[in-house]
Design a protein around this ligand. Sequence first.
Ligand code: ADP
Ligand code: DP6
Ligand code: CO
Length: 332
Amino acid sequence: MTTYTSSWIRAYTNIALIKYWGKADEALKLPKNNSISLTLDSFYTDTYVQFDSRFTTDTLTIDGQEQSGAALKKAKIILDLVREVAQVDYNAKITSLNYVPTAAGLASSASGLAALAGAASNALELNLSDAELSRLARRGSGSASRSIFGGFVEWEKGHSDVTSVAKPLDDANWDIGMLFIILDSRQKAVSSSEGMSRTVATSVFYPAWLETIELDLADMRQAIKDQSIQQVGEIAERNALKMHGTNLGANPPFTYWSAESLRAMEHVRQLRQEGYNVYFTMDAGPNVKLISTCQELKEIKERLSKYYDPAQLILAQPGPGLTVLPDHVHAD
Ligand code: ADP
Ligand code: DP6
Ligand code: CO
């Protein structure tokens, strides 16, 4: 009997300010465009992996629920890659805890697959660099490439497995945060992968997305350098609306927005009229994320508590990169 076990590894979610929306290569998960994100401290995944000669199959449990289908398939991509490098052919048991709603547009695939890349390579003692971990995580879910790093991160699209990798951009050691408005934490109907692939294949608006992305990226890099909430917010909000616009131009058309999402956007516009320096972004799900200083977001959270339950309003600050947890965190 031979067994290889990992430490518990934590990865934090990240939310894109300039979105990844579309793949140039589905199998390698090479994106059509660079993206820029902020890693956050309030949502994360903890994962532990065991490879054992006695296991007869790979298994994945998330929050105690055994997974099959697409979730297991994605996890196996990462397992197979590390097995190949380590020259080990044992099956694996993955135990994962999501401190983030799964598949609701809150980036569980980013924290989930980054934590798995960290844990699987840790179990087999591969000693990968951060760049190698980023590439490995990318193969599970594109956005996971960015969750290896803390603060602001840019995923360079590259043109091959080796060159498509995320890099730290700014440590976010200044006053910026996000307020999550959780409107629906149920699993979305159209996964991110399916949504972006339909859009690339059919959307009449997709060429416009690609034509304007380099400008958005350059503007965002400058806004982050200037530590300007107004610039970061305005550019992020425009970029998100553009991404969601491409989905309406797809065939068949679709949207991740609900009536509640529109109401939340109206709250943001109203707050802006009252003088708050606040903006929003949205991902592949109906939930809305507000961008501002942590101080303003605290006040805004108070203001919005008229409309939402406390559990629907979650503040987040910039978070760290991949973390090996001390044993006592999951001692049982
Ligand atoms: P999200 O908006 O949550 O990122 P996606 O559609 O991109 O939604 O991805 C959700 C999928 O990511 C899940 O259905 C599952 O396949 C995978 N996933 C989420 N959490 C984990 C985890 N902790 N471990 C492994 N895979 C995960
Ligand atoms: C809208 O990384 O979840 O959140 O690579 O197919 O797993 P796959 O997709 P995923 O897509 C994220 C899309 C997004 C924008 C972003 O995070 O950049
Ligand atoms: Co995702």
